[in-house]
Design a protein around this ligand. Structure first.
Ligand code: CMC
Length: 375
């Protein structure tokens, strides 16, 4: 048994190749199809980035126009999904609503073959529909009616429009778009790998996305952006950050929004998202929030030398934009559905069933001798 090497958490294990994105620890970079994510965030709409992830190249003007027309034409909240949101008790988490809604959308798909072309079409449809679900779920929890999608708006603006019923300042739209670009893809993270496991059994695309949403929900993954805000509310103000952290670490708590399985010297996406957060802090005039952000980051650096991940700046950014805290992870899901589906399609294009081994550590073989009532 001592020759068996166990890769707990698959840490450091390369399980397949991918053309979609690369995370480089040494250079602290993240590239989508070869493009640095920071440059994409500065120069591209979320639609352009989604197209890039699916097709491997940025769209030409004509391709973008065609893609946008298809996406914009499929944004409307489906009546079956609207009914689902209205029938689910508000005690249910928005991630549960989203997971169930995607499952329902899968059941509503017309049954065409699960080939690459229809999987791409299903992916664009999901991409177009998730904002309507996330937006109406938040509104419903406040007793408000859904706001119909607007086809004259880009993806990021329309998402905000459907959530708030008004268009915010361009500063807010830009920060939101940047967050979506940064959240879109991150190679074999837990939720994407989950989607690939489902793909590898030749199951359908919606099943892969439902499973991925389940994986994303956990606080060690996407649930962290929501948890960061809970931490901020618990701490209250910058002057209390250090003492709070000392207590939290003494009781062996994981501090949400810090640390990363791959990046050990800081998450490559954080500076871009932090700049977006800074612009929101200025716009909403909330220096107190920035002080708390900085104080906790500094205290965590001093105590453990652990740096923030993307969820650390995106949590407070979504809060400032007016999203309810439990809506943060569903926004992450709406963005990541691009990466999940690109990986689902890639997995099936070069498939090998994902089925690892385990080392058994339970009781040795023994005979069955029922002690209670036998058969
Ligand atoms: N708070 C306190 N200690 C931490 C943290 C943290 N956030 N992250 C790592 N550590 C410690 C950990 O306790 C361990 O210490 P020791 O060696 O003394 O036991 C050491 O650092 C190494 O950590 P690890 O848990 O072995 O590292 P990992 O690669 O398994 O964990 C992680 C990565 C993301 C699960 C972990 O850093 C964590 O739990 N972070 C908090 C949750 C979070 O923010 N998740 C978001 C991840 S990135 C974006 C996303 O997916 O949404």
């Amino acid at each position: 048994t001592d020759q068996i090497e166990i890769h707990k958490g698959l840490a450091g294990v390369v399980v397949d190749t991918t053309d979609i994105s690369s995370v480089n620890q040494e250079t602290n970079s993240l590239l989508y199809r070869g493009y640095p994510v920071q440059e994409l965030a500065a120069k591209c709409s979320f639609e352009q980035v989604a197209y890039l992830l699916w097709h491997g190249e940025l769209p030409t003007a004509d391709e973008l126009e065609g893609f946008e027309a298809v996406e914009r034409g499929q944004r409307a909240l489906r009546p079956e999904v609207q009914a689902l949101i209205e029938q689910t008790p508000v005690s249910g988490h928005p991630m549960d609503v989203l997971r169930t809604a995607v499952s329902l959308l899968g059941a509503l798909e017309t049954r065409f073959p699960d080939d690459e072309r229809s999987d791409y079409e299903k992916s664009v449809r999901l991409f177009a529909q998730l904002p309507a679900i996330v937006a109406y779920d938040q509104r419903h929890r406040h007793g408000m009616d859904p706001v119909p999608a607007r086809e004259d708006l880009d993806y990021a603006s329309n998402f905000l429009w459907m959530t708030f019923g008004e268009l915010p300042d361009q500063t807010v739209i830009d920060a939101f778009r940047v967050s979506l670009v940064l959240y879109a893809e991150h190679s074999f993270n837990a939720s994407t790998f989950t989607a690939r496991v489902v793909a590898s059994t030749l199951s359908d695309l919606h099943s892969g996305v439902v499973a991925a949403i389940g994986a994303l929900k956990g606080p060690l993954h996407g649930g962290a952006n929501e948890a960061v805000m809970a931490t901020f509310s618990e701490i209250g103000s910058a002057d209390r950050a250090e003492a709070w952290l000392e207590d939290a670490l003494a009781s062996k708590k994981k501090i949400m929004g810090f640390g990363h399985r791959v990046y050990k010297n800081g998450d490559s996406r954080v500076p871009t998202m932090k700049a977006a957060l800074d612009s929101l802090v200025d716009y909403y005039n909330r220096p107190d929030l920035l002080e708390l952000y900085t104080a906790l980051e500094q205290a965590m650096g001093d105590a453990k030398n652990i740096k923030p991940n993307l969820d650390y700046p995106s949590g407070p950014a979504y809060h400032l934009m007016g999203f309810d805290t439990p809506t943060f992870t569903p926004i992450f899901a709406a963005a990541r559905v691009t990466g999940w589906t690109a990986h689902f399609i890639e997995q099936q294009a070069h498939n090998s069933l994902i089925r690892p081994l385990s080392q058994y550590t339970g009781p040795a073989q023994r005979g069955v001798r029922p002690t209670g009532r036998g058969l």
